[in-house]
Design a protein around this ligand. Structure first.
Ligand SMILES: *Cc1c(COP(=O)(O)O)cnc(C)c1O
Length: 453
């Protein structure tokens, strides 16, 4: 007997009442029915008894619903890494998210001057805010900081030499290597000094008539310690000025607020680099600025004017939703409300006692013999301040056997909303410093349901 004869055809399966009456698009149901039958044929071929009609209908609907569910979903970040690159770096403030949704769902004056009724520039919306926040004469936003660096080098130094300290010809991660970016932008990289020590005299000796820039790169994601010497921006500016050239600073994280206020080491600030004389400073929008993905280029009027007209500025241009988000985020700084409104700063600023209370309340509500509170350390992440941590409190579930903790973590990841924590010494750790305020209730429900299987 041919066991496959027991399986319905695609058309028959589509006629089963549960499938036929499902409020789902026909082509999705057809694809799901085909896939269900293909899988079933394989199972039956492998010796399994054929599934009945209602089982096949249920699997078809599951597949169809799965295909229609969004792939990119929100996640509760319980990792304790505030700027988690794989979890989308900075979540934006509520007002920023609203501004982004508004710009995306309506027409806007993106490139339209409402005063004159004539064409405007998308770059005009941020200029005054960037000036106010960073102290620079002018500024422009592009798609991301990698793009910002590529654009700035292309516009200001193509065909010429750019001098970089050997200790700063770094890889930032995700394939962003300073020597490669340099080649892409048509500049010639001239490395000076050594990996651990570079002096002003190294730059001075390397400058010649084909030098366009001295480039300073913040080696965001690592530290060289011990016998080290770096040349400060101010000193680089002195060397550059006497040679009639400029200093460009790829500052990476783009902090505007002093990270030392939170018990962390100092992360270079944009306004300090500008104050010390850098002509061009590039930084990310979604690292310590706490806004949407973007690359910001601020600097002298002259340098920004050259950046603005370069063809890559068009190729890397920022989209309207990000532009609206950046504007709102920058306004938080201008209004002096950044720490209370911007989630990443709020996470850093949350008092340790608050976290302890939240953890205790969570564990009490969970009432599971396997759960307890745990003092821990949270990290900034996003390639900022490596090795630096701030105190935090976590929920600890376990220790439980290895398979159990892995499957608990998997159930949390596949829930809705998905929850991502970390596993330490056989226990699941959920760090509350990165769990957004207002997420505790859904987190509790998610943990309850994951614990019950
Ligand atoms: C993160 C970083 C970049 C890349 O920025 P993206 O916004 O991720 O494109 C470039 N340079 C430095 C120094 C960085 O830290």
């Amino acid at each position: 007997m041919n066991v496959f004869r027991a399986l319905p055809s695609v058309d028959r399966l589509l006629q089963f009442p549960e499938v036929r009456d499902a409020p789902l698009p026909r082509q999705v149901l057809v694809a799901a029915a085909r896939a269900t039958l293909e899988i079933e044929r394989e199972r039956v071929g492998g010796g399994m008894p054929p599934a009945g009609p209602s089982e096949l209908a249920a699997r078809t609907l599951d597949l169809a619903n799965h295909r229609l569910a969004p792939n990119l979903r929100s996640v509760i970040n319980a990792t304790g890494v505030i700027l988690h690159t794989n979890l989308g770096r900075a979540p934006v403030s509520e007002e920023t998210a609203l501004a982004m949704a508004d710009a995306a769902s309506h027409y806007s004056n993106l490139e339209f001057d409402l005063g004159t009724g004539e064409r405007g520039s998308r770059h005009d919306h941020l200029r005054d805010l960037l000036r106010e926040v960073t102290g620079a004469e002018d500024g422009i936003a592009v798609n991301n900081n990698a793009g910002a660096v590529l654009l700035a080098l292309s516009a200001l130094a193509a065909g010429r030499e750019v001098i970089v300290s050997r200790g700063q010809a770094v890889e930032i991660g995700g394939g962003f290597r300073i020597p490669d970016v340099m080649r892409q932008s048509g500049c010639r990289l001239v490395e000076v000094g050594t990996t651990n020590r570079t002096y002003a005299s190294d730059y001075r000796q390397a400058v010649d008539e084909s030098t366009a820039l001295l480039l300073h790169v913040h080696p965001s994601n690592f530290r060289v310690e011990g016998f080290v010497h770096e040349v400060a921006i101010g000193e680089m500016v002195e060397v550059a000025r006497s040679a009639g050239i400029a200093v460009m600073d790829d500052i990476g994280s783009g902090a505007v607020i002093d990270t030392r206020e939170f018990g962390l080491a100092a992360e270079p600030r944009v306004q300090d680099s500008i104050r010390d004389g850098a002509s061009i400073v590039c930084f990310s929008g979604d690292k310590l600025l706490g806004g949407p993905q973007a690359g910001l280029i601020v600097g002298t009027r002259d340098a920004i004017a050259r950046v603005r007209v370069h063809p890559l500025a068009r190729a890397l241009r920022i989209d309207k939703a990000s532009l609206a988000g950046l504007e709102t985020t920058l306004r938080h700084y201008v209004r002096g409300e950044a720490i209370e409104k911007i989630p990443i700063w709020r996470a850093l600023a949350t008092a340790i006692d608050d976290l302890e209370h939240r953890a205790a309340a969570f564990v009490a509500a969970l009432a599971s013999p396997r759960a307890g509170v745990l003092p821990t350390r949270a990290a900034v992440g996003g390639g900022s301040l490596p090795q630096e941590t701030v105190p935090s409190w976590a929920i600890q579930i376990g220790p439980i056997p290895e398979d159990d903790v892995a499957s608990l973590a998997r159930r949390l990841r596949s829930g809705d909303p998905a929850v991502v924590g970390r596993i330490e010494d056989g226990a699941l750790i959920l760090d509350l410093r990165t769990v957004l305020p207002g997420e505790d209730t859904v987190l509790l429900a998610a943990v309850r349901s994951a614990l019950s299987g």
